[in-house]
Ligand binder design. Structure first.
Ligand code: AHR
Ligand code: AHR
Ligand code: AHR
Length: 503
């Protein structure tokens, strides 16, 4: 790694293009004590593992490293390892050398959805992006997903100074508690005001909020999301509409700040900088030093969001240091890429979904009222049944890079999941409905041939259209529900797509 002296010298002469965010923080006197990213190395010299994935087929794992020191993740290695099966992100390694890896969050004040109370792991393919044209994957956090380290080394405790930033997907959020990255309790329980200092992203109005309808960058300081010094509204904290967001929070004795900007261009703006909240408990702070991602301090796990990279520092970084980090993030050139793969679907066309599991291959996905099941259908079936088996492809209601499926015989009604059961429901136009009705088709997990697809849920990308006992669910491979059974999972989630019986 470059020494601080060399780094400063190179920056001064303007020749250093490769310093990573943590090289920049170190040269600014606030070194990273945690550095997490599934997309790239955060030090120019880092070539170790970025993250680990575990695959469904045999529960083996692989570490994904940068293509080159300081570079973008080797997503192709993941794609090869995960071909024809499912993969989850099991470890997000700490690049700082402090050993502060993030793993599946344990139960706390709130239990996670796993049988043992742990949170879910994220799909390894829910958040594809490119950095400077190279494909990489972020961490797509659905409600119930979370990562944590309750034995972190070197992070701020008590009222010690720290900084942090995270690069997030500004279009993936909700109003539940709490899509956070940063400092939290070591017990996974709510131990009171001032026991956290984390970046929050979403449109919760339970505690603080900003101008407009959100989402906002705020600070989760425990038992409160603060947008500024006072509780409630800080009108200087704007709603965010960028696809890629840089969010930063920092705190030191009786001083803290919220700063954010477009991770793809421009500078950070300061939404709050000043004294600690006047509400009792937040001055001085009582930080505990654990690290959370995607959850609240007490393991509240209702929130959603996407994390690409983030760090925590020891020491309060200057605005100038953060400006250099932001320039580095912009230079990394985050951009969107396709959320789908395999045979293309045509918006406006009518399609049918045929099961491919041996013994069930004459059955099609049909609706019966609002229920969704499989039935034997053929060209000699009744017109009614043929229409019930036919679906018009629409642009995804919740994400235009994916699709929604509208009933041919019930216009205005779409396939959507609720409690992981697939239904046919009339659209109510809400953000929740739109997201529950959005699916990203990918190459068939059990058959990569033309015309075969697996239909991934946008907001729960570990979950796919699956028939189980001839009823339809969005199922994960080996998850907690009966319908998540690993037995015949790959076949049950692979569908033969044909022209619809009716249109
Ligand atoms: O501060 C907001 C939330 O309140 C915290 O994340 C959680 O621990 C508590 O429920
Ligand atoms: O199907 C999973 C979730 O269950 C949906 O996102 C939500 O609408 C319902 O609570
Ligand atoms: O849906 C029919 C069968 O029911 C599935 O193939 C199997 O997983 C379940 O037992």
């Amino acid at each position: 790694m470059l020494s601080r002296r060399n780094l400063l010298g190179l920056v001064a002469t303007g020749t250093l293009v490769s310093a990573g965010p943590c090289d920049i923080y170190a040269s600014g006197g606030a070194p990273c004590v945690a550095a997490h990213s599934t997309t790239r190395a955060l030090y120019s010299a880092y070539s170790g593992p970025l993250y680990q994935v575990i695959r469904g087929s045999d529960s083996t794992t692989i570490d994904i490293s940068p293509l080159t020191a300081g570079g973008v993740a080797n997503a192709a290695a993941q794609d090869t390892f995960c071909a024809s099966t499912t993969c989850l992100i099991s470890i997000i390694y700490d690049q700082s050398g402090s050993g502060n890896d993030l793993t599946r969050a344990p139960p706390g004040g709130f239990d996670g959805p796993e049988a043992n109370g742990y949170d879910n792991l994220a799909s390894a393919i829910g958040a594809p992006v490119t950095l400077n044209g190279n494909k990489a994957y972020g961490v797509f956090v659905s409600p119930g997903t979370g990562y944590r380290n309750n034995e972190a080394n070197g992070t701020a405790t008590g009222d010690e100074p720290e900084g942090m930033y995270a690069v997030l997907d500004g279009t993936h959020y909700n109003d539940a508690c709490c899509f956070d990255y940063g400092n939290a309790e070591t017990s996974s329980t709510d131990t009171g005001a001032g026991h956290m200092e984390a970046i929050y992203y979403g449109n919760s109005t339970t505690w603080g909020y900003g101008s407009g309808s959100g989402p906002w960058v705020m600070a989760d300081l425990e038992n409160n999301l603060f947008s500024g010094q006072a509780e409630g509204l800080n009108s200087a904290d704007p709603s965010i509409s960028y696809r890629f967001v840089t969010a930063a929070v920092k705190g030191e004795p009786n001083q803290w700040a919220i700063r954010a900007g477009n991770a793809a261009s421009g500078a950070l703006s300061t939404f709050y900088s000043g004294a600690r909240p006047t509400v009792t408990g937040y001055n001085p702070m009582s930080k505990e030093g654990a690290i959370i991602l995607g959850i609240g301090g007490d393991n509240s796990n209702g929130a959603q969001g996407t994390f690409y990279e983030g760090v925590m520092t020891s020491g309060y970084p200057s605005d100038a240091t953060e400006a250099s980090v932001q320039a580095n993030i912009v230079a990394a050139k985050y951009a969107t890429t396709s959320l789908t793969s395999g045979s293309a679907l045509t918006v406006g066309s009518s399609i049918s979904f045929r099961a491919t599991t041996t013994g069930y291959t004459t059955r099609y996905l049909v609706h019966s009222g609002t229920s969704v099941v499989t039935e034997v259908v053929s060209s000699s079936s009744s017109t009614t049944l043929q229409e019930q088996a036919s679906w018009t492809v629409r642009t995804g209601l919740g994400n235009s890079a994916c699709f929604s499926f509208e009933s041919v015989d019930t216009p205005g009604s779409y396939l959507r999941h609720s409690d992981f059961v697939l239904y046919l429901n009339a659209s109510d136009g809400t953000k929740q409905f739109n997201e529950d009705a959005t699916f990203c088709p990918q190459t068939g997990i059990n058959n990569s041939g033309s015309g075969y697809l697996s239909i991934r849920s946008w907001n729960y990308p570990t979950r796919y259209f699956r028939h189980y006992d001839d009823a339809l669910y969005i199922a994960s491979n080996g998850g907690v529900h009966t319908f998540d059974s690993a037995t015949s999972f790959n076949a049950d989630v692979t569908w033969a797509i044909s022209t619809g019986f009716a249109s």
